[in-house]
Design a protein around this ligand. Sequence first.
Ligand SMILES: Cc1cc2nc3c(=O)[nH]c(=O)nc-3n(C[C@H](O)[C@H](O)[C@H](O)COP(=O)(O)O)c2cc1C
Length: 193
Amino acid sequence: MNVLVLSGSPHLHGSSSFLEQSYTQGLREAGHSFITVRTAFIDVNPCRGCDSCTARNGTCIYRDGMLPLYPLFAEAERIALITPLHYTGMTVHLKKVLDRLYAMEWSLGLDSHKELDLLAVCGTPDPGEMAPLVAEYEALGRHFKWRCLPPLLACGYYTRQEIERSAMGERAREKGRATTPCPGPACNVSYIA
Ligand SMILES: Cc1cc2nc3c(=O)[nH]c(=O)nc-3n(C[C@H](O)[C@H](O)[C@H](O)COP(=O)(O)O)c2cc1C
């Protein structure tokens, strides 16, 4: 399986990056190909809603860091969102990238048989804190007709040190490993930012 991992945190070595590393370790063990994009470290403009893309066969007015991502979205069989909770939802960095898919809806189309996955971490131990994020995740899946996998919600971890002491790393790794093995012999791994 070809997995596009979108990481939302502005911390390169924070708690969600620990989840990401554990998840991709599981993907690797299961023989999947994946590419990780650290959305906080690429130059992507927010969608202006100008609708130019609708008149230009999906061509956005911005020629920025989103350009290499469009084919990755088109080719991915699974899109995994990995984010810390920032108040009610995913980080602005991740949202900015997802909003720019608007241009793709008018060209390549996105409603192929993709899976959507979510791994999220928040500081307070109350899982209710994640409810708006989970609702948004499910709404995204409905919108794009992507199949939502059960999310992994890690609540009660403000720092990497805290989450490293928990069982969440192993759960994220199992989540990555539990996917259907791909037929190819090798697992390709690459990173953007
Ligand atoms: C701007 C901002 C908003 C946050 N909002 C919440 C929140 O509403 N609820 C919560 O439990 N934690 C919140 N947190 C805490 C983070 O979700 C938590 O520290 C997480 O482990 C950070 O992950 P990271 O190291 O991958 O960035 C917030 C952190 C930041 C920086």
